[in-house]
Design a protein around this ligand. Structure first.
Ligand code: C5P
Length: 299
């Protein structure tokens, strides 16, 4: 097989995100629930006749050499060479990007995870899901989650993942029109870093209601992001008229859950024109996950 086209790289929402400490290297220890949603970038992969990794599309603001997709593919290419004693063929990768940069939706990490799944398959590299997660982690703390590919309770810096049953609902997501650099939020002196760690014993029942009872249900990064990026605060304030409005990741996007698609559509229609807004549905499983289990290939 020489190509894999129309590979989705779905976004995530952090249904809550608590910062419970800090590692010696400065990375923060989290407790969070990651939920995949059905809004995605789309990637296309073609094997080359040489050994180069080439991004064939422009991504504004992201030079190809810095792109997590290119860096992830090079890492896997090197790992392949270590195992097999020769480099696999290069890859042309084209990206249709709809997820905003600095949006807290994990777009860059998801693109990289999809690239790892696709190349592992095209090259028959044979890495397990766990090995791909370990390979991707140094590139971004969210990458292991996308390779895990199911709603997950995350701990550590995001690499300890446990499957949980997420809520089956619709979300309205607002893009406040600013790109939030993650390091700026995590390095803020006034960031809450000492939320109490919660032990959740029963993951089989609804995690979200268990979490609420346990006092979960915030994003500890939100206060700092709202202070540094006022459009985030404005979007939260606007969406809060419909329910529990919250930021995802380190921002900038904010979301609110709805039980019906109709209600979500109505709210999207009312969002002021200065913001881009859309509805999304929770996605129980990453559409690329079948590749990791050697099932039929999409496309
Ligand atoms: O997600 P990523 O690994 O790309 O993180 C970008 C930056 O955010 C890191 O360099 C670090 O400063 C900060 N970060 C953190 N703790 C995390 C995740 C990210 O301090 N768990």
């Amino acid at each position: 097989m020489r190509s894999l086209h129309h590979c989705p790289a779905p976004a995530k929402l952090n249904l809550f995100l608590h910062v419970i400490g800090r590692r010696a290297d400065g990375y923060h220890l989290l407790q969070s629930v990651f939920q995949l949603i059905d809004r995605a970038d789309t990637l296309h992969f073609d094997l080359r006749d040489d050994e180069r990794i080439v991004r064939t599309t422009e991504v504004p603001g992201v030079p190809a050499e810095q792109d997590l997709i290119v860096r992830a593919l090079r890492l896997l290419q090197a790992e392949y060479a270590r195992r097999h004693g020769r480099l696999p063929p290069g890859i042309d990768v084209a990206v249709e990007k709809i997820l905003p940069m600095g949006g807290g939706l994990g777009g860059g990490s998801s693109d990289a995870a999809t690239a790892l799944m696709a190349a592992n398959h095209l090259w028959r590299a044979g890495l397990s899901q766990q090995e791909l997660m370990e390979l991707g982690l140094p590139l971004g703390a969210d990458i292991p989650f996308f390779l895990f590919g199911e709603t997950a309770f995350a701990e550590g810096v995001g690499e300890h993942l446990q499957a949980v049953q997420g809520p089956d609902c619709w979300y309205v997501v607002i893009e406040p029109g600013v790109a939030v650099p993650t390091p700026a939020i995590f390095s803020a002196p006034d960031l809450t870093r000492d939320s109490k760690a919660v032990i959740i014993a029963d993951f089989s029942s609804s995690l979200i209601s268990v979490a609420k009872e346990a006092g979960f249900g915030r994003n500890d990064l939100q206060d700092v992001a709202e202070r540094l990026f006022p459009p985030v605060a404005e979007a939260v304030a606007w969406l809060a008229r419909y329910g529990d409005a919250r930021m995802t990741g380190s921002g900038a996007c904010v979301f609110c859950a709805f039980t019906s698609e109709r209600e979500a559509n109505q709210v999207v229609a009312e969002v002021p024109g200065r913001w881009r807004a859309w509805k999304a549905q929770s996605l129980p499983r990453h559409p690329m996950k079948s590749l990791l289990q050697n099932q039929a290939v999409i496309e």
